[in-house]
Write a protein that binds this ligand. Structure first.
Ligand code: TYM
Length: 351
């Protein structure tokens, strides 16, 4: 059975990278898969424990989910803290995973910086909690941007080690599910989850520097388009986006070595829902002074309605809380069922 899970942290404004790498994909998947979309508030404690307005940030991400077009009836939309089993399974995964696995994570190295001894233990264990999010629902597919790929590989490593360590108990209890690993068919309790990292905008880059990822933490607001930006701000940022002096190339191969051009073409393609070569067949050979206004118009056309809808939904926090509460109950029922089996597999007396 196929199930999609993904999550977004409630830290700062969402930007175009989050939208194209994640939210837009979430919406596209809701018609074909059963989907669970989480606001991962516990994850946001790993960098700084104290936030000014965590509850409102959490509601803000939920509002962005809804404004992008996610249907709260069709999907389960909730925040992580409502389902305590996320933290419980993460503890068990802390005992499955090895410290070396965590030390190798590039995101940990980047975020911890030089003073690793002073990073929170939660930051090191972050990928365990992420594996728990996914495997608590035995999700088979996870739509994310390119930057989460390594975390998803680690999620598979954790699932595989758990399945191996407990293989006898899993089959004695009859809890194994058949799955394909490469050419082999094996039985295990947790699936080996597949990342869904596809399309022209899996890694949206800064508008000021085509070699840096578009990110919430970049000090320059001109580097990113926020989902909260109005039409003027969107147009201005695209007009000011860094480019090289040459016109757009005549074919997709010509984008190689031109990170800014490649980024803008990728953004256009993802917003329009077409492959990059279609954008190039229309704009190849044209100057950025032609292409940028077209990109700005497209971005405003796609993002302005989401922005307006986010404002409308955010004006009614009780509605948003209702969605998260309802989603939390539905997620909680599934989480409880999984944890009951996990307790039995491990031999934890808990009922
Ligand atoms: P977060 O909150 O940093 O980002 C949310 C999503 O946005 C994607 N993204 C991007 N995609 C393309 N270009 C960019 N510049 C860009 N920046 C961010 C991210 O890849 C992500 O899909 N660890 C996760 C949250 C998480 C999660 C999970 C995800 C926790 N548990 C379980 C999936 C499944 C994170 O920090 O995402």
């Amino acid at each position: 059975k196929q199930l999609v899970f993904s999550g977004v942290q409630p830290t700062g404004n969402l930007h175009l990278g989050n939208y194209l790498g994640a939210l837009q994909k979430f919406v596209a998947l809701q018609d074909t898969y059963e989907c669970i979309y989480c606001v991962v508030d516990l994850h946001s404690l790993t960098a700084t424990l104290v936030h000014d307005d965590l509850a409102d940030q959490t509601r803000g991400i939920a509002a962005a989910y809804l404004a992008s077009g996610l249907d709260p009836k069709k999907n389960i939309i909730f925040n992580q803290a409502r389902v305590p089993q996320h933290a419980e399974l993460a503890w068990i995964f802390n005992c499955v995973a090895r410290i070396g696995w965590m030390n190798r994570m590039t995101q940990f190295k980047d975020k911890a910086g030089k003073d690793r001894e002073n990073a929170s233990l939660g930051l090191l264990a972050y990928p365990s909690l992420m594996a728990s999010d996914i495997l608590l629902y035995r999700a088979t597919h996870v739509p994310v941007g390119e930057d989460q790929k390594q975390h998803l590989e680690l999620t598979r490593d954790i699932a595989q080690k758990f399945n191996n360590d407990f293989s006898k108990r899993i089959s004695a209890l009859g809890y194994g599910v058949e799955m394909e690993v490469g050419e082999e068919r094996v039985s295990g309790f947790f699936p080996l989850t597949e990342p869904l990292i596809e399309g022209p905008a899996t890694r949206v880059m800064s508008l000021r520097d085509g070699t840096k990822k578009m990110s919430k933490s970049d000090p320059s607001d001109l580097s990113r388009i926020n989902l909260s930006d109005d039409a003027d701000a969107i147009s201005r940022k695209i007009r000011k986006a860094k480019t090289d002096p040459n016109p757009l190339p005549g074919d997709v191969e010509g984008l190689a070595g031109r990170p800014e051009a490649e980024n803008l073409v990728g953004i256009y393609a993802a917003l329009a829902g077409v492959p990059r070569d279609q954008v190039i067949s229309e704009y190849g050979g044209r100057q950025f002074s032609d292409f940028k206004p077209a990109l700005a118009d497209l971005a405003v056309e796609k993002l302005a309605p989401i922005n307006a809808e986010m404002r409308r939904i955010s004006a009614d926090p009780a509605y948003v809380d209702g969605v998260l509460r309802d989603g939390g109950e539905r997620a909680g029922a599934r989480a409880e069922a999984t944890m009951k089996q996990v307790h039995e597999i491990i031999g934890l007396l808990a009922d």
